[in-house]
Design a protein around this ligand. Structure first.
Ligand code: NAP
Length: 291
């Protein structure tokens, strides 16, 4: 199968590499040429625009940042829509608002292109290992066509429903991971302040009902004070903003998410936006973010 990849950041690079390793022909594009080098060295063809990628592949995947970026690479100048051949399936795996995914799907459909929203969970570790959870929205037929590409990148691949449904599932994921990161950071901060060894507290909690992957992986990174991104704080702020915006549209009360969103606002405001979302620990240790 011929697979195109647009956006080669923390997640996109290993995801594209895994499609190559699985034996597919891969064509990549990124807006900075140096981002494409590792893929070219591994055997991918490089292209000069999303349109040029679209002309050469069966399935084109974007992994960028937010809705305006997806709109740009799919429908903008030299975007996927301007190079698409009959039968192309376009997939976006970034995290964007469900309403934006539906809107882009409708615009792509008007250009004769099937669009699938297929955001992921599992972080950089899951992207490298090819064990992401993939939650998809779109037609059954388009999902089936994209599935061989998904199988190179993920293990738990679920077709949730129509356009936008994948992003609804991802928003649910971000509600839980946002609060989860905050819970682990609060517990480890409390442990230190109360005079207990946070590493020992984590070890004990891993055996009980407080166990979570977040405690296991992110908890260890908090103890190691390894704030190198994985998942940048400003991205988590973006995702909680999607949740709060959607809750507003639905007239829904989400008090825990609202509080977590405030936390990520404060992280970005205090200069922690480019650090991993686990740097929420630093904010708790120094609440106003001031020196
Ligand atoms: P990242 O490292 O910042 O990568 C994003 C890439 O998209 C960058 O290389 C960026 O290019 C490119 N990009 C952004 N806007 C673009 C545009 N308008 N045109 C062309 N390229 C554009 O972020 P990431 O962590 O890989 O995250 C990517 C997406 O996955 C986000 O939606 C995020 O919420 C989601 N996600 C991330 C994780 C995680 O753990 N990191 C997990 C699940 C989902 P430049 O390099 O030129 O800036």
């Amino acid at each position: 199968m011929k697979i195109g990849f647009l956006g080669l950041g923390i997640m996109g690079r290993p995801m594209a590499l895994n499609t190559l390793k699985a034996g597919h022909e891969v064509v990549v594009w990124a807006r900075r040429a140096e981002s494409m080098l590792p893929l070219a060295e591994a055997g991918a063809r490089i292209a000069t625009s999303p349109a040029e990628v679209a002309r050469q592949v069966d399935v084109v995947i974007s992994m960028v940042a937010d809705a305006p970026d997806v709109e740009q690479v799919m429908l903008g100048e030299n975007g996927v829509a301007s190079g698409a051949q009959a039968g192309l399936v376009a997939v976006d795996m970034s995290t964007i608002a469900p309403s934006a995914a539906k809107d882009i799907a409708a615009k792509m459909k008007a250009r004769g292109i099937e669009f699938v929203d297929a955001p992921v969970s599992g972080g950089e570790v899951g992207a490298i290992a090819g064990t992401l959870s993939i939650m998809a929205g779109g037609s059954e037929a388009a999902f089936a066509r994209a599935k061989p590409a998904f199988e190179c990148m993920g293990k738990n691949i679920v077709h949730i429903g129509d356009s936008g449904a994948g992003q609804v599932a991802k928003a649910c994921n971000q509600i839980m991971t946002g609060m989860g990161v905050m819970a682990v950071a609060e517990a480890l901060c409390f442990a230190s302040k109360a005079g207990a060894n946070p590493a020992k507290v984590r070890e004990a909690l891993l055996g009980g009902f407080a166990y979570s992957k977040i405690l296991e992986n992110h908890g260890q990174r908090m103890i190691d004070r390894n704030f190198k991104p994985g998942f940048k704080s400003w991205m988590h702020q973006k995702d909680l903003n999607i949740v709060m915006q959607s809750a507003h549209e639905l007239g829904l009360m989400l008090p825990g998410s609202a509080m977590t969103a405030q936390m990520f606002n404060a992280m970005v405001g205090s200069g922690l936006g480019e650090e991993d979302s686990i740097a929420v620990l630093k904010l708790l240790e120094n609440p106003s973010g001031q020196q």
